[in-house]
Design a protein around this ligand. Structure first.
Ligand code: HEM
Length: 207
């Protein structure tokens, strides 16, 4: 769980950086250049398969662990919170499942259209136009679903970041608070960073 999770943590940093390039210039040329490079580079093509495997392993383990934990304690704790438990730590499976639902929608929105249709290759649209096309006022519900998903992703990451170090044994009393702080900072950067994209293009269309 920890290793696949940390791999996904790195993926999110790269993905956020590339997608924030949509904000750099009005015609999206910087984003299109980088997206084209990522889409045609052999290392990136291999990494896409590794990423897919990482996601699948992460979700399978999450399901197995949740079922095992439930089987080990069929009767819930009478008091389920103490000073060390937070909403996100108790609801990792629920926030993870919501992120999965978002991912299905997201892959249909972009990945499927880029890889399995002629939309980009035929020149009907650039990747930049495809990305921004769903963040328009008439499709406001996509922006709402995306932003809610980013907030849930942030909650998921807030707990998972520090708990993965704990699982790997890389923690002690002085490092744990620091790792918790870094995890929270990372979760905020990811949730806010991704949310800026739909908000920016919605505002641009409305103002
Ligand atoms: C506003 C935010 C986001 C935008 C604009 C965006 C954009 C894109 C685009 C354009 C692609 C297709 C890339 C290609 O195949 O050439 C893609 C793929 C993908 N996205 Fe996102 N994304 C966003 C947020 C996220 C988030 C939060 C996650 C994870 C929870 C995510 C996970 C993925 C995955 C797994 C793929 C498929 C692998 C890949 O092609 O790199 N995305 N995204």
């Amino acid at each position: 769980m920890s290793l696949t999770g940390l791999f996904l943590v790195v993926f999110l940093c790269v993905h956020l950086f590339v997608n924030l390039l949509t904000l750099v210039d009005a015609d999206g040329s910087t984003f299109n250049t980088v997206a084209h490079f990522m889409g045609t580079n052999i290392i990136m093509s291999v990494m896409q398969w590794v990423l897919g495997a990482g996601f699948i392993l992460h979700m399978l383990w999450a399901t197995v662990l949740t079922l095992k934990n439930r089987a080990a304690r069929p009767v819930k704790y009478e008091v389920s919170t103490n000073s060390d438990t937070s909403w996100s730590s108790q609801n990792m499976f629920i926030s993870g499942a919501t992120v999965l639902a978002f991912l299905v929608l997201h892959l249909v929105n972009y990945f499927y259209k880029i890889k399995f249709t002629e939309l980009i290759e035929s020149g009907q649209m650039s990747e930049f136009e495809l990305v921004t096309s769903i963040f328009q006022p008439q499709y406001w519900y996509f922006s709402v679903i995306y932003i809610i998903s980013f907030i849930l992703l942030g909650l998921h990451l807030n707990h998972s970041f520090q708990s993965s170090f704990q699982t790997l044994g890389l923690n002690n009393t002085s490092w744990l608070p620091r790792l918790k702080f870094i995890g929270t900072l990372y979760a905020i950067v990811i949730a806010v960073g991704f949310s800026i994209i739909p908000i920016f293009f919605l505002m641009k269309a409305l103002l």
